[in-house]
Design a protein around this ligand. Structure first.
Ligand SMILES: Cc1ncc(COP(=O)(O)O)c(C=O)c1O
Length: 366
C-alpha cells in the first residue's frame, strides 16, 4: 500500500554516499579505515573502554552472552516486552529465557519483580532499554551483585540514551547497540558490543574473528566465528554518527509537535520520562482503549503504525516455556493499548498533522 505516512524513511543522503564512494575508491571492502573510525566515534560517545563491531544486534547479543560465559542450562532474566532477539539470542546461547513483567509507563523491566525469579541457574539479567528511555539500572546492579550474576544490557534502541548520565550499554558487564535501519543511527545492518572489562573484550575479539587475535593467519587458538561488518556499512555508520545531533533535533521536534496536537485528547496517554533517564525519541508511543480500531482507521487513511512488541510469553516460538496468558498482566495490558506512530527525521509537518487530525477525527466520530 502506498502510505502517505510510512513508519520509516531512513535519513541517509550525500554524506553517506560520499563515504561509500571513498570505500570503493580505496578498494578496501572488509573492516578497514571506516570501521576503525566508527568504533572510535562510538567509544567517544558512549565512554565505553572497549567496543567491538558485530553484524547485527541479534548476533551482538549472542556473542556478548557467550563472552560472559553463558552455557547450556543457564537461565537469563529478560523483560517480557522486547524484540524477539533479546530472548532468541539467549536461547541460541544455550540458555533458558525467564521472562519478567515490565513497568507500565516505560515498558522497561520491572525491577521490583526481579529478585523472586532468581534461582541457582540464573546467570544473567538482561535489561532492555526500549523506546528511548533507559531501564532503571541501579536496582538491577544491586541484585546482580547480591547474587553474583552478570548484567547484559540490550541497548539495541539505545544509541544516545543515558541512565543518570551514563550511556546505556556501558553500565552492566557488557552491552549491545544495534544499527539496523530503524535505529536512531543506522548502517542498514550492524551493531556494537561494549564493555569496560578487558577479559570480556579479549574473548569478544576472538569470538568475532574466527578464534584468532588478528586476521591473516590460519592458526586458530580458540573456537570463534565471523561476526564482522564491512567497511561499506561502517562508512554509512560514520556519516550517521556525525549527523546524530541533527537526527535527534529533528526527531525531538517531531515528537513535540505530536504531543502538542494530541496532549488534550482525553482518550490518549503518552509515556512519561523518568528522572533517571534522558529521552531519545524512538517512536511516538501512545496508549488508547481502542487500539485495533484506531490502527485500522489510520491504515484506511494510508497512515502506517506499529503495535508495541508482542509479549514474549505469548510468542508461539516460546510455547515450550509453558507460560500462561495471564502470567504477565502489565505486558498484556500495554500490548492491548499501545501503538507507535512514525517519527523519522524527514517527516514533514503536514504528515504529522495528517496523523494527528486523523486520530482526532477517529475519536470524534463516535
Ligand atoms: C530491543 C531490541 N533488541 C535486539 C534487536 C536486534 O537487533 P538487529 O535487528 O540489529 O538484529 C532489536 C532490533 O531490531 C531490538 O529492538
Amino acid at each position: 500500500m502506498g502510505y502517505k505516512v510510512p513508519q520509516l524513511v531512513p535519513f541517509v543522503g550525500d554524506e553517506e554516499l560520499a563515504n561509500l564512494k571513498q570505500v570503493i575508491q580505496k578498494q578496501w571492502l572488509t573492516e578497514g579505515p571506516f570501521a576503525e573510525e566508527f568504533v572510535s566515534l562510538i567509544k567517544d560517545k558512549t565512554g565505553a573502554k572497549y567496543a567491538v563491531l558485530a553484524n547485527n544486534g541479534t548476533l551482538a547479543l549472542f556473542i556478548a552472552l557467550k563472552a560472559i560465559g553463558i552455557k547450556d542450562g543457564d537461565e537469563i532474566i529478560i523483560p517480557n516486552i522486547t524484540f524477539i532477539a533479546s530472548a532468541t539470542s539467549a536461547y541460541f546461547a544455550g540458555a533458558t529465557p525467564v521472562f519478567v513483567d515490565v513497568d507500565p509507563n516505560t515498558l522497561n523491566i520491572d525491577v521490583t519483580q526481579l529478585e523472586k525469579l532468581i534461582t541457582s541457574k540464573t546467570k544473567a539479567i538482561m535489561p532492555v532499554h526500549v523506546y528511548g528511555q533507559a531501564a532503571d539500572m541501579d536496582p538491577i546492579l544491586d541484585i546482580a551483585k547480591k547474587y553474583n550474576i552478570k548484567v547484559i544490557e540490550d541497548a539495541a534502541q539505545g544509541y544516545g540514551v543515558e541512565y543518570k548520565g551514563k550511556h546505556t550499554g556501558t553500565i552492566g558487564d557488557v552491552g549491545t547497540i544495534s544499527f539496523f535501519a530503524d535505529k536512531t543511527v543506522t548502517c542498514g545492518e550492524g551493531a556494537v558490543v561494549l564493555t569496560n572489562n578487558e577479559e570480556i573484550y579479549n574473548t569478544l575479539k576472538l569470538l568475532r574473528n574466527q578464534g584468532r587475535p588478528n586476521s591473516g593467519t590460519f592458526i586458530h587458538p580458540f573456537l570463534g566465528m565471523n561476526f564482522r561488518m564491512t567497511d561499506l556499512q561502517c562508512a554509512v555508520g560514520v556519516a550517521q554518527l556525525k549527523k546524530f545531533d541533527k537526527i535527534i533535533q529533528l526527531k525531538t521536534k517531531n515528537y513535540d509537535l505530536y504531543y502538542e496536537k494530541l496532549k488534550n485528547v482525553k482518550e490518549i496517554s503518552f509515556v512519561e520520562i523518568e528522572e533517571y533517564s534522558n529521552f531519545i525519541p524512538f517512536r511516538v508511543n501512545i496508549k488508547v482503549d481502542k487500539k485495533e480500531e484506531l490502527i485500522q482507521y489510520l491504515e484506511e487513511n494510508k497512515i502506517q503504525t506499529r503495535t508495541f512488541f508482542y509479549p514474549l510469553h505469548r510468542q508461539p516460538c516460546f510455547e515450550y516455556l509453558k507460560y500462561k496468558i495471564d502470567d504477565f498482566p502489565i505486558s498484556n495490558r500495554v500490548f492491548n493499548e499501545g501503538l507507535s506512530l512514525a517519527i523519522f527525521p524527514g517527516l514533514e509537518v503536514e504528515q504529522i498533522e495528517l496523523v494527528t487530525d486523523t486520530i482526532i477525527e477517529f475519536f470524534n466520530k463516535d
